[in-house]
Ligand binder design. Structure first.
Ligand code: ZN
Length: 364
């Protein structure tokens, strides 16, 4: 089969013929219909410090990608939950049932957890091997290019809803303008958060944020009193919920400042450098703030909610999908993902040319 393979410890990847995956007893083989590019794929493509440490050159060659939608075409002998012909996506956190967190129902943060496309061969290929335990059966009302982005949409949904799902009528600030921040704005709007403040940098993405439902657009890279503005527009209190999806020192500083007393600060952005200074006393302790880290999605509570939001048509994520390419054209996708100022959000790839044509038609 054809696949986008990381072959060398340096920038780039190659489009190669590789052997088709074979299922283990509890695996499914999925024929990939759509697969989307994630920031994690860009890290591996660039072979940055994180990728060098997390994957390492000894594990190469490796097929990239982890966001996927496709059809099950073969299953292992012990597979029970799914069958050939099922239309599935994959939860990328391959949990280990022995972990304490799994026993407690927190499957997404296990100690022995592996990540699809990081610890295993990925989805930028005609076929991918997925453990049955992390296969999620999609609603057929959701087209492949949308079903593929359910994984990052799940991050966004979990970040917005938190542990208590209490967002209706609550004010929210979303900091960052990457695809997950834009998706979060859509989920927040659909679930009733209001008003929604969006702090970002790039016009292209701020515009998408507006389409997804942000009420106020504030530029992080312009001289402006963002904290004062948000306080002024929330009765002087600050927002109920802050989603940090940037992870920069400025985002953290402003985020804790605009959070109201007793509010929730959701941490998703990954700082370039860690540890990072925050105002612990005034930002968290005296404020009685809750801080909630997001690593992945609740398995499978988030998936269930995402499916219902998408299949109903209530949540329209199509503005966040800015480009479609054939898998062969993966380089165009990666170039766009790395371009600054940003000129793209979510980019979806298609191994099959007919599927690519159908997806383009659906966009019209
Ligand atoms: Zn991803």
């Amino acid at each position: 089969m054809k696949a986008v393979v990381k072959t060398n410890p340096g920038i780039g990847a190659e489009f190669l013929d590789v052997e088709n995956p074979k299922p283990g007893k509890r695996d499914a083989i999925v024929k990939v219909q759509a697969t989307s590019i994630c920031g994690t794929d860009v890290h591996i493509y660039e072979w940055n410090e994180w990728a060098q440490k997390r994957i390492g050159k000894d594990k190469l060659p490796q097929v990239l990608g982890h966001e996927v939608a496709g059809e099950v075409c073969e299953v292992g002998s012990d597979v029970k939950k799914i069958k050939t012909g099922d239309y599935v996506s994959a939860e990328t956190h391959i949990y280990d049932p022995r972990d304490l967190t799994a026993l407690l129902g927190q499957f997404h943060i296990g100690e022995r957890m592996k990540i699809l496309g990081v610890d295993t061969d990925g989805a930028f290929a005609e076929y991918i091997k997925v453990p049955e335990a992390v296969c999620w059966i999609n609603d057929r009302a959701i087209p492949p290019e949308i079903a593929s982005i359910q994984e990052p949409l799940g991050n966004a949904t979990y970040a917005v809803l938190g542990e208590d799902n209490d967002v209706a009528g609550r004010s929210m600030a979303v900091i960052g303008d990457g695809p997950i921040a834009l998706l979060a704005i859509g989920v927040a709007r659909t679930c009733g958060a209001t008003p929604i403040f969006h702090i970002g940098k790039y016009d292209f993405n701020m515009e998408i944020g507006k389409k997804m439902g942000s009420d106020h657009q504030l530029y992080a890279n312009k001289e402006f009193d963002r904290v004062g503005y948000i306080r002024d527009h929330t009765g002087g209190y600050g927002v109920d919920i802050v989603l940090d999806m940037a992870g920069s020192p400025q985002a953290l500083e402003e985020g804790f400042k605009v959070l109201r007393r007793g509010g929730r600060f959701t941490a998703f952005g990954i700082p370039a450098k860690s540890p990072l200074m925050i105002d612990y006393a005034d930002g968290i302790v005296f404020k009685g703030a809750q801080v909630h880290g997001i690593s992945g999605r609740k398995i499978f509570d988030t998936w269930y909610r995402v499916r219902n939001l998408l299949a109903s048509g209530r949540l329209d994520v199509s503005p966040v999908i800015t480009h479609l390419f054939t898998l062969e054209d993966y380089r165009k996708g990666f170039d766009l993902m790395m371009e600054r100022p940003r000129k793209s959000a979510k980019i979806v790839l298609f191994p099959d040319k007919d599927e690519f044509e159908r997806a383009k038609e659906r966009r019209l």
